[in-house]
Design a binder for this molecule. Structure first.
Ligand SMILES: [Zn+2]
Ligand SMILES: [Zn+2]
Length: 650
């Protein structure tokens, strides 16, 4: 006989409510309402049924319910949670397959990562990429076997017994505070894990093992080196294929490769991590900066420039000495100590302090394209993405507290507009709060964090909070742009700072003629010009829109006969301000066309008999399509519209 107290209320977000007996699984409870939905789901997110009382916890479909619960079923699909669970399950499956082939393998950890998973393990002898298909074959076999991911709760003692030959798992078990731990069985493979997983191996529809790497146990170079195999898994073959295509495209659009092919920049042993820009690279860079200056002029910024080397004394006052020294370079001049600037703030503050300021001047917006140097370990250097010197598109806004809202709002609008011009329509925002190493009082920090939060929420921007990730002098909002391969890049940052004005004792005269302390906003839009250029090159695979392209037009005479007319056309375009080149080499036209395609020049002008006779040019666009036999002034009208308006599509 059933008593009322044995019944619990289960509320599904999508399926409605039901009363079930205590001890019913999520799968069963969902099945009572809708068998199909229950079978489809891969896991569930549960919370106590009182709304907003508890954060959702992810559990298996086999999870046993013993109190009133709210359930959100996780269905297969492109969502972050479902892909996480799938990839994590695939990591178990891969480990199970490896264990079948290499019974002596000892497994460490196997998490899901963005768009994939890996597993680290110890193995005598070597594994090469040629072995991956063998492991994949074994995985497919186990998918066919439809093994359940069975959860079991065991005491720590029992777990230690089960994993007695695995020093990695023993170390992990010893760090778990709870009395019991959970283990999962997949076929005859057992792993220590908190879960959840998909119900069974057959739910891993599509997967691929990608690469092998070495990895230190717990990422510590003093520890043992393990073998790491990376893979990726999706709910459909189409999604997997799309993702693999993206990986291939990312390899092809690596900015280091493009930089070499297009002769844009280089690196040399004589200056590791310090980029050299070649003439073509400088054209791109200057096109970015010219646009940047136009926008900043319109927004009322005043451009300044401060020195690269400044006295240690200044860095002690700014707090960089205590909080940032490990990233800085130091030099001696006339027996005195100086540091190479890692940031532009103190320099800008000295300019501010050089004269008296009144409330009428505020907000005062100093912008500086400042060359900063930061020490990076040689192992992390990566093309233009991670360098030791870069140009920040920095600005420091001195304003009153009342002006903060409007100023930060303006920066967000400016950022949004500029990203659109570069072709980045999608971005997301993150708010970073007080780090362990920080200056200023907690009260000041709370106030600053509150202001930033109110502004983002007021603009209805979705954001994520990164606890403890702020700059040492203030909280910040970071913008992460999304490129055409769905990768994200942190670029813009807006940092609120009540601390540095205090440290440097900067002031302005208020309406009351009294001295007041301004607030400082530190901000960048593009971040590092070098890095932003790398992002642009990868986003466009080197085929930059005409306004950014180092060479916009190339003229290809069909033969020497048309040289004279070609040179005339060349001069006319050049005088009109086009970045134009002419290829007069004695080569076949096909070869010249191939060459200019490789150079990713937006417009190719082919000149032959017809064009010479009619005094026109025929223009082929890199993006496809041609403009046939057009008079040069008419072409220029079209061209200037594309370039001056900085259009992405042409
Ligand atoms: Zn697991
Ligand atoms: Zn600053």
């Amino acid at each position: 006989m059933l008593f009322e107290k044995d019944m619990i209320k289960i509320k599904f977000d999508d399926l409605g409510e039901i009363e079930v007996q205590k001890g019913t699984s999520v799968l069963e409870a969902a099945g009572f309402i809708d068998k199909k939905s229950a079978k489809k789901a891969i896991a569930a997110e549960i919370s106590s049924s009182k709304k907003g009382t508890e954060k959702g916890v992810l559990v298996d479909m086999s999870f046993i319910l013993d109190s009133n619960t709210r359930i959100n079923l996780i269905n297969p699909g492109p969502g972050e949670k479902s892909l996480d669970i799938l990839n994590h399950s695939a990591a178990h499956l891969m480990a199970a397959a490896i264990k079948k082939i290499y019974p002596e393998a000892i497994f460490a950890i196997g998490p899901s990562i963005k768009n994939g998973f890996y597993y680290d393990f110890e193995l005598e002898g070597n594994i090469s990429p040629d072995d991956l298909p063998v492991i994949e074959k074994q995985m497919k076999k186990m998918i066919g076997g439809n093994h359940a991911f069975l959860r079991e709760e065991v005491s720590k003692e029992k777990a230690k017994e089960i994993f007695k030959d695995n020093p990695f798992k023993l170390e992990l078990i010893s760090e778990i505070p709870e009395k019991d731990v959970s283990i999962y069985h997949t076929g005859d493979f057992t792993d220590l894990c908190i879960g959840p997983h998909v119900p069974s191996t057959s739910r891993i529809e599509a997967f691929k093992l990608l690469s092998i790497a070495g990895a230190y146990w717990r990422g510590d170079e003093n520890n043992q080196m393990l073998i790491r195999i990376y893979g990726t898994s999706f709910f459909s073959r189409e999604d997997l294929r799309d993702h693999l295509e993206k990986i291939e495209k990312a390899k092809q659009s690596d900015h280091r490769k493009i930089g070499k092919e297009l002769d844009l920049f280089s690196f040399h042993d004589e200056a590791p991590g310090f980029p050299f820009f070649h003439p073509r690279g400088m054209v791109i860079r200057n096109s970015i900066l010219q646009y940047w200056r136009e926008e900043h002029l319109r927004e009322g910024y005043l451009e300044v420039s401060s020195p690269v080397i400044l006295s240690n004394h200044l860095w002690k006052t700014s707090g960089h000495w205590d909080n940032y020294a490990e990233n800085m370079y130091f030099v001696k001049i006339d027996e005195k100590d100086y540091a190479v600037k890692p940031m532009n703030c103190p320099g800008n503050i000295l300019i501010y302090k050089n004269s008296q300021h009144s409330y009428r001047e505020l907000p005062l917006k100093y912008a500086e394209l400042g060359l900063v140097h930061r020490h990076e370990k040689s192992g992390v250097l990566h093309g233009l993405f991670r360098v030791r010197n870069f140009t920040q598109d920095d600005a420091h806004i001195f304003c009153t507290e009342e002006q903060l809202f409007e100023q930060i709002g303006n920066i967000i609008n400016l950022t949004d507009r500029m990203y659109g011009v570069f072709g980045f329509e999608k971005y997301h925002v993150e708010l970073s709060t007080r780090p362990d190493k920080s200056i200023g009082s907690v009260k000041m920090w709370n106030k600053a964090e509150g202001i930033l939060k109110t502004i983002i929420e007021g603009k209805n921007i979705d954001y994520k909070v990164n606890e403890g990730d702020g700059a040492f002098y203030g909280p910040k909002i970071d913008f992460h742009i999304r490129d055409c391969l769905d990768r994200t890049w942190q670029c813009a940052t807006i940092q609120l700072d009540f601390a540095m004005p205090e440290k440097f004792d900067i002031q302005y005269a208020g309406e009351d003629n009294e001295k007041h302390r301004p607030v400082m906003i530190h901000r960048t839009v593009l971040g590092s010009i070098e890095r932003f250029m790398g992002i642009l090159l990868e986003n466009y695979s080197g085929s930059l829109p005409p306004w950014l392209a180092p060479e916009q037009i190339i003229i290809l005479p069909i033969s020497e006969k048309y040289d004279k007319y070609s040179v005339k056309a060349y001069r006319e375009l050049q005088r009109a301000g086009c970045r134009v080149v002419i290829d007069r080499r004695v080569e076949s036209l096909n070869k010249k066309i191939r060459q200019s395609e490789m150079n990713k020049i937006p417009y190719m002008v082919v000149i032959g008999k017809k064009e010479e006779e009619s005094g026109t040019i025929t223009v082929r666009k890199k993006t496809g399509g041609e403009i046939r036999e057009v008079k040069i002034p008419d072409f220029l009208k079209y061209f200037k519209d594309i370039v001056y308006k900085r259009k992405i599509k042409y």
